[in-house]
Design a protein. Structure first.
Length: 189
């Protein structure tokens, strides 16, 4: 027999709260089904999540349940951005360098891509940047190329989506968004 709605909602809340990355409905369903030794329908989980979203919209809470990175996560509300920015500023060593950001952009747009191809595009070596991106789990090894020497191929990880606050790489700006019209002359005001 399926437990009460309140029981499911509080357990869903605990799972979302303790997850350091966005938790997908399927992960929640598997945990609840194992706990209750019966299949829990996705509709019950979605209803619990919507109840939590409504609950945390109150001004009594500094955080809210957000859908990000393909799952649900408790995050600070936007109005607390200033104080959170100050904390993040103090942890500056976690920031990505310009070289790492450039390397990450090349990988995101050209994946799967080898280190040699990245270096050809950037015009500089990228060993250190790739190592830092791997350590931060923003990129991952996707396999090996069929080219001579079978170099490793790199691609973005699911953690990148959460890091950027997007759900799909298609949400990234397209390269044409960065280019100016070739027929433009001077500055547009």
């Amino acid at each position: 027999m399926l437990q009460t709605s309140r029981f499911l909602t509080t357990h869903i809340e605990a799972l979302i709260f303790c997850s350091s990355t966005p938790i997908k409905i399927e992960e929640i369903r598997l945990c609840l089904s194992e706990l209750l030794d019966t299949e829990v329908p996705n509709e019950h989980i979605e209803a619990g999540i919507h109840e939590l979203i409504s609950k945390y919209q109150s001004e009594d809470f500094a955080f809210q349940v957000f859908y990000t990175g393909g799952g649900y996560q408790m995050l600070t509300k936007p109005q607390y951005q200033t104080i959170i920015s100050l904390q993040i500023k103090q942890k500056s060593k976690k920031r990505l360098s310009n070289a790492a950001l450039e390397t990450l952009a090349v990988i995101a747009y050209k994946q799967p891509i080898s280190k040699n191809e990245i270096e050809q595009i950037r015009g500089v070596g990228c060993d250190y940047a790739i190592q830092k991106l791997l350590e931060k789990e923003l990129i991952e090894i996707k396999g090996k190329s069929e080219a001579i020497g079978r170099p490793l191929l790199y691609g973005t990880s699911a953690k990148l989506m959460d890091y950027l606050g997007i759900n799909d790489l298609k949400e990234l700006p397209t390269p044409k968004d960065f280019s100016s019209d070739a027929s433009e002359i001077g500055n547009q005001q």
